[in-house]
Each structure stands twice: as structure tokens, then as C-alpha cells.
Design a protein around this ligand. Structure first.
Ligand SMILES: [Zn+2]
Length: 295
């Protein structure tokens, strides 16, 4: 990809930091914070937690914890409002903070009924939470009543079996994904399908079987929303520092290695919803090593 080497003039997304917005060509992306949360190196990279603590000392607090986030990205493209992932949601979830995506949307001046599409990178509990809310008599109703919900077929097929739905720990699937089944608002996609004129899914399995990244391109500008291919920028330099959070850690490692090479080669803005909010920046190569540079 020699035509799009890092540092090429005119291929840098512009930034409106105060509004937590970036633009990629004509596409506007807003980072919406559902919840901040703290990450423990012993969970992110259990076999390398001491090296991580040393290498990323400046980013850890006095307890040795890193600031992470559950950030959802609102993508405005060609008159369409597309929300990538829907956070933890309004319900109490053990071990998770409460989601406040509803407030973040309000601050951004967007009503839930204006969202045209919800795109899921995968179907974990902290990515589907605001799909529904508990209405009268305990019924789950769609929080985004006019949205089409776009889900990878492989991801749906893995999670939405009777056995998986019956598992007590999969309550979020029952409350936030199952109600989509007969809603008439589901759209399945596979592999590297495009979505609209400027978005494309990029297969990145490993965290879950059907996990995808979302590529954005307009003119010479490019971005990539990596989903949970990475939980911390440590993975940019060390993609093989695996976490038990991943369904197949080795596969997740090779997927993120491929995504980060793509981002570095094409000078793509990287957006990572679990990195410190807003989770965006560029990947540069220094002395043969990839490094993340936050915007
Ligand atoms: Zn996640």
C-alpha cells in the first residue's frame, strides 16, 4: 500500500476535541461514553502483567490499574445515523458500571428514534445493552425504535442457540438480542460485506467467533473501529499478549495483528471502544515496532 504511507499529507482525520468528534472525509464520528471502567493488567495480559505494568507505567493509577471505557461510536454518513455497538445498557449488570449512553446521545443532540442503524461488532453483554429497555410489565422494548440491527450471521448462529440462551450468564442475550428475532428489524451480514457507501465489515474473529471490525473510507481518508479485537493499546505493540476474555486467544492475537498492520499501512484512524475514552488515534512504526499515538 505504498500510495498511502503513514504521514502522507491530506490523509489525516481532523479533530474537534471538545466535541469528541472526528471526521473521515465526509463521515462524522462522535465518541459516546457509556461508562468508564478500570482495567487490570492481570486480566488484560495475565502472562505479561508485570511487563505491561512496567511498559505502560505512565498510564496506570497508584493501584496499577489502567483507565478503560465502554465507548460507542456514532457514525454520520450520507445522511444516515449509524451507531456502532450499544454499551452496557440501562440494566444493573454484576461487575459492570451503569451505562449512560442515553445521556451521551442527548448531549450529542440525537434522539434514539433518529438512529437509522445499529451495527454490532459482536454480541457480548457490554455491546448490546441499549438495544432494549425494560418497559411496563417487564417487557423488553427497542430503545432505538426505527433502527435496523446489523449482525454478523456467524455471531448470531453461535450465540442464539436454545442452549446458549438457556445459560444463566447469558441474560443479556435474552433481554437485549432475543427481542430482535421477530422485530422485523434484523439484518444479517457475512464476512466483508459493505454497509452503505462508506462502511465495510472486516472479519476479525477470535474475541468471539463472528467478531468484526468496521472500516470507514471516504476519498483518501480511512478509519477502522476495531471493536474488541483489543482491550488496551498494549496490543498494538504486543498483539500476542493474550487475554482469557477472548474466545480463542491465539486467533484474537492474529486478528488484531492484521488490523493494526492495516491501520499502520493505510494511515487509518483507529477507534477502540475499550481504550481510554475516546479511544482514537494513529498507529505509527518506530524502530520496527508499532506504537499507538492517541489524538
Ligand atoms: Zn467488550
Amino acid at each position: 500500500m505504498s500510495g498511502r504511507l503513514a504521514g502522507e499529507a491530506g490523509n489525516r482525520a481532523s479533530l474537534e476535541a471538545a466535541l469528541e468528534k472526528v471526521t473521515v472525509g465526509s463521515v462524522e464520528i462522535t465518541a459516546l461514553l457509556d461508562a468508564p471502567f478500570l482495567q487490570n493488567p492481570k486480566v488484560i495480559a495475565p502472562e505479561h502483567s508485570e511487563e505491561m505494568a512496567e511498559e505502560f507505567r505512565d498510564t496506570l493509577d497508584e493501584r496499577g490499574l489502567a483507565m478503560g471505557a465502554v465507548t460507542c461510536y456514532l457514525v454520520q454518513s450520507g445522511g444516515q445515523l449509524i451507531l456502532v455497538d450499544t454499551g452496557i445498557g440501562p440494566r444493573k449488570r454484576p461487575g459492570f458500571p451503569s451505562g449512560r449512553l442515553d445521556e451521551a446521545l442527548r448531549e450529542a443532540g440525537v434522539r434514539p428514534d433518529e438512529i437509522d442503524a445499529v451495527v454490532h461488532t459482536h454480541l457480548h453483554i457490554d455491546h448490546v445493552g441499549w438495544n432494549t429497555f425494560e418497559a411496563a410489565e417487564g417487557r423488553s422494548e427497542l430503545f432505538f425504535p426505527n433502527a435496523t440491527f446489523v449482525i454478523q450471521q456467524a455471531e448470531w448462529d453461535y450465540w442464539m442457540t436454545p442452549e446458549m440462551l438457556a445459560e444463566p450468564r447469558n441474560v443479556a442475550l435474552r433481554e437485549c438480542v432475543e427481542p430482535l428475532r421477530h422485530s422485523g428489524r434484523l439484518r444479517f451480514t457475512t464476512g466483508e460485506d459493505s454497509f452503505g457507501e462508506r462502511l465495510v465489515f472486516i472479519s476479525a474473529p477470535g474475541h468471539t467467533p463472528g467478531h468484526v471490525a468496521v472500516g470507514i473510507a471516504d476519498g483518501s481518508e480511512r478509519a477502522i473501529i476495531v471493536g474488541d479485537a483489543s482491550h488496551h493499546p498494549v496490543h498494538v505493540t504486543h498483539p500476542d499478549w493474550v487475554t482469557p476474555l477472548d474466545w480463542d486467544p491465539a486467533m484474537a492475537g492474529s486478528s488484531r495483528d492484521r488490523l493494526f498492520n492495516l491501520a499502520a499501512d493505510e494511515h487509518r484512524l483507529v477507534l477502540a471502544g475499550h481504550w481510554r475514552h475516546p479511544g482514537w488515534g494513529y498507529i505509527v512504526r518506530l524502530n520496527g515496532k508499532r506504537t499507538f499515538r492517541a489524538l
